[in-house]
Design a protein around this ligand. Structure first.
Ligand code: NDP
Length: 451
């Protein structure tokens, strides 16, 4: 490859000490797109990669707010506007104490490729705060969201940057953020997606990522001539918006999802998890998964502290298909080896970059069908774009219309990724297929728009 790896390393490492996950994401793309850069010199001539790995801007701001005891609290807010070549910046907001600038750069970078793969007119961004919503009252969440938006509103707009939800940010938070934006600007704009549908949110946005990852998996299994999901044991990690809706769709297609997890532990219910109970425990009350045992004493709860070093209990359970839906780097090489040894046929990433590079290599080396996040979990941003369209045209689409369109787009992404992999001599490698197809669309547009 002509492009200097050293040069890229300097751009990334010289930048910020917290860049390891960002570096991991960039390295994966660089190694995937080497055949494209070698076969078509225009991408090097226009320095597309060097330009693509540097965000357009990184916005960092102070968020001061009052808790219920009238104590002043201070958090940090971020918005990484990575690339708007294909459309307005688009990507979620994450509220979690672990975040930093490097994490938002990794997520924003991934988002560019994901949004490109959808074929829709949306650029890539990500943001959020180190604010921890856990243990806060509803009123404190509202006050934090208002304070966060008092700063963020300067940088966003329906044709500029349209944030959505992610970890720690759901319809409630988006509602409070939208309310504050409207007060400040006196404008009723579709400036956020994932709104409650009582005022402009799209039906099916909460379900979109989880349903989409199952649609993608069905399409991938069919293309790879494997058996479908009906009647098959599936394992899912996470117990948030993505995980619970993936479980919901798995149940609808006749699969048997037997696990879920959160940051404290894992539930294994061999008869299939009780979804209504999980929704009540997690989405409504944020309770510990251990409480599942009060209703299903035959199920098994494993607390995080009982997990083996470097392994996660979910991936030790025998399954046909695995769905990591919690967070980045939650599936290690040891986990991958456990899944492979237990006969797992397919792994689909609902979370962003949940598998480590070593785990991905193990899956690819053992011919496990592997659906990378930037393709498999694009359903959320697809329906977010539908929400933007509905808001701009003052329309409301019904559930079936959105579900049908989502399924078609997920199948199209799957076919595009598989075909691209074949065209570049790596048939069956959906990681390379997704990176090349995502890069090509954005790179061609960057060249067409000039420097
Ligand atoms: P939620 O906040 O709704 O749920 C996250 C879940 O993951 C929770 O069960 C949480 O447990 C668990 N979790 C978080 N951090 C850890 C950790 N370090 N170790 C173990 N478990 C953890 O988030 P979402 O479901 O929205 O997002 C999940 C993933 O999907 C993220 O990677 C996100 O970027 C990605 N994603 C989300 C989209 C969306 O539409 N929401 C779209 C595309 C990707 P606990 O409650 O105990 O913290």
């Amino acid at each position: 490859m002509d492009i200097s790896q050293e040069n890229i390393k300097n751009i990334l490492v010289g930048d910020c000490a917290q860049n390891s996950v960002f570096f991991q994401a960039v390295q994966e793309v660089i190694s995937s797109i080497a055949p494209l850069l070698n076969s078509d010199k225009k991408y090097n001539m226009f320095s597309v990669l060097e330009r693509l790995i540097v965000p357009d801007r990184v916005i960092k701001f102070k968020v001061s707010w009052l808790d219920d005891g009238n104590n002043i609290r201070v958090n940090t807010g971020y918005r990484v506007q990575f690339n708007n070549t294909l459309g307005p910046y688009k990507g979620g907001l994450r509220f979690h104490p672990s975040v930093n600038e490097g994490i938002f750069k990794f997520l924003g970078f991934e988002q560019i490729f994901k949004n490109s793969l959808t074929g829709l007119p949306i650029g890539g961004a990500k943001g959020g705060s180190d604010f921890d919503p856990k243990g806060k009252t509803d009123f404190e969440i509202m006050k934090f969201c208002s304070a966060f938006m008092r700063e963020l509103h300067k940088y966003i707009g329906p044709r500029i940057d349209v944030p959505a939800g992610d970890i720690g940010v759901g319809a409630r938070e988006i509602g409070y953020l939208f309310g504050e934006y409207k007060k400040i600007t006196s404008s009723y704009d579709g400036v956020l997606t994932g709104k409650p549908h009582v005022f402009g949110g799209s039906l099916m946005r909460p379900e979109a990522t989880g349903y989409g990852v199952v649609y993608f998996t069905q399409a991938m299994l069919e293309l790879e001539k494997k058996e479908g999901l009906a009647g098959k044991i599936c394992t899912v990690s996470g117990a948030g918006k993505v995980a619970l809706h993936a479980i919901e769709k798995l149940l609808q297609v006749g699969a048997i999802p037997v696990t879920c997890s959160d940051s404290r532990g894992m539930i294994y219910d061999s008869r299939g998890v009780d979804l209504p109970l999980l929704k009540e425990l997690k989405l409504q009350n944020g309770a510990s998964l251990e409480r599942y045992l009060e209703f299903h004493p035959d199920a098994k709860y494993t607390p995080v502290c009982d997990y083996s070093e470097g392994e996660h209990a979910v991936w030790g359970i025998q399954c046909y298909a695995a769905f990591p839906c919690a967070t980045q780097n939650e599936l290690s090489e040891a986990d991958a080896q456990n899944l492979i040894a237990n006969g797992c046929v397919s792994v689909s990433e609902g979370a962003n970059m949940p598998s480590t590079p070593e785990a991905i290599n193990a899956f690819l080396n053992h011919n496990v069908c592997f659906a990378p996040a930037k393709a498999a979990n694009a359903g959320g941003v697809v329906v977010s774009e539908f929400e933007m369209s509905q808001n701009a045209s003052m329309q409301r689409w019904h559930f079936e219309k959105i579900d049908t369109k989502l399924k078609i787009i997920m199948e199209q992404i799957c076919k595009r990724v598989a075909l691209t992999a074949k065209d570049y001599g790596v048939e069956g490698n959906y990681v390379d297929g997704a990176n090349i197809a995502g890069f090509k669309r954005i790179a061609d547009a960057m060249i067409a728009e000039g420097v």
